[in-house]
Design a protein around this ligand. Structure first.
Ligand code: HXC
Ligand code: NAP
Length: 300
């Protein structure tokens, strides 16, 4: 058996919602010089690290979600770590008028938008039988409607006349019908189709539309909510071909490729960055039901 993947191949990462204390560039630090990226859900987790890595490549950012306090704190950290501008703005991706106001503010303050990252999402483990109609609808509204709403507003107000790059953040949940995930899996599957539809319709305006589908990513809310820490402690990740969870910087590097001129002839593509996880990981309904009911009891 060959050596496992070399640790020195992995980029720097921190597990908390903080910026990295050191960073080794893979691409030129000027790759995105003076561009502007609008990142939904950019104040936490994977979205925050995407903001940091784009900023470390010369980009200014808008981070937009519901909780302004969290966003303001994140923007301060991002500006201190990178020396670029970061504008925190309140939106609910389910409400197009809030997105419209934020995009107007972005264009007034920063003058342009080059990159849109549709990263905002909501998820929790829940078996289909226990999922209320409203719970299913809520996740579809955040993940799917939210991605369409934001893409449409940014396209109408800027990309239609200037071109741009959209990167949606998806998941592999629907590929094998992941247990306890019918809501998020259905929502992300719709987004993967949307990626292709919009790539076809908006390509002639110079807009590329691509998607990144992460696997289990450590130090994130999604990892925590879907039982990643327990899975890790039980050795479940040894069945992943790369034998580990991914980290947030690895996701940001894949996004950097899709958002930048490094992928100038790539559109309508779903890039899976999961260490091969969806091919080999267990999809065990009774094990996940056991974890879910233990968590429910713990929360009572
Ligand atoms: C079952 C639940 C639930 C849960 C909420 N609901 N949490 N049902 N299990 N754990 C139900 C509620 O009872 C309600 O239905 C409906 O969902 C809406 O709930 P609200 O709390 O009113 O919604 P809202 O305030 O809009 O919050 C949305 C949310 C919340 C998705 C429920 O958790 C949130 O804001 N999440 C954002 C952060 C997040 O989820 N991050 C993880 C992303 S990770 P009723 O019928 O009672 O009205 C990710 C990973 C993917 O996507 C893949 C990993 C491999
Ligand atoms: P996270 O930190 O909870 O990120 C989700 C973000 O979405 C939050 O910043 C939240 O901010 C924002 N948000 C939620 N509802 C919103 C709404 N209605 N309007 C605007 N913003 C909203 O979770 P994460 O784990 O980093 O996930 C980031 C992305 O990666 C998601 O698309 C997720 O599906 C995907 N993903 C994650 C994993 C993983 O292992 N973590 C795996 C596969 C895919 P507010 O609360 O301030 O609104």
């Amino acid at each position: 058996m060959a050596e496992p993947q070399r640790v020195r191949d992995l980029p720097e990462d921190v597990d908390t919602d903080d910026c990295m204390t050191s960073y080794t560039h893979i691409y030129s630090p000027d790759l995105l010089k003076d561009q502007v990226a609008f990142i939904t859900g950019g104040g936490t987790g994977i979205g925050l690290r995407i903001a940091e890595v784009l900023m470390r490549h010369g980009c200014d950012t808008v981070i937009a979600s519901r909780n302004l306090e969290k966003l303001t704190e994140a923007a301060k950290k991002l500006m201190a770590a990178t020396g670029r501008r970061c504008l925190p703005l309140t939106i609910d991706v389910r409400q197009p008028q809030t997105i419209s106001a934020a995009v107007d503010e972005t264009l007034k303050e920063l003058g342009r938008i080059d990159i849109l990252i549709n990263n905002a999402a909501g998820n929790f483990l829940c078996p289909a039988i226990s999922l209320s109609f409203n719970a299913f609808k809520t996740v579809l509204e955040i993940d799917t409607m939210g991605t369409f709403n934001t893409s449409k507003v940014v396209y109408e107000k800027w990309f239609k006349d200037h071109g741009g790059a959209i990167v949606n953040i998806s998941a592999t949940l629907g590929y094998r019908g992941q247990a306890l995930q019918v809501h998020a899996g259905s929502a992300k599957a719709a987004n993967d189709a949307m990626t292709k539809h919009l790539a076809v319709e908006w390509g002639p305006s110079g807009v590329r539309v691509n998607t990144l589908a992460p696997g289990p990513i450590s130090g994130t809310e999604g990892f925590h909510r879907l039982g990643g820490n327990i899975a890790d402690s039980m050795g479940a990740f040894s069945s992943i071909p790369l034998q580990r969870a991914g980290n947030k910087t690895e996701m940001a590097h894949s996004v950097l490729f899709l958002a930048s001129r490094a992928s100038s002839y790539v559109t309508g593509h779903i890039m899976v960055a999961d260490g091969g996880s969806w091919l080999t990981s267990a999809n065990d309904v009774s094990m996940l039901l056991g974890y879910w009911s233990a968590e429910l009891k713990r929360d009572k």
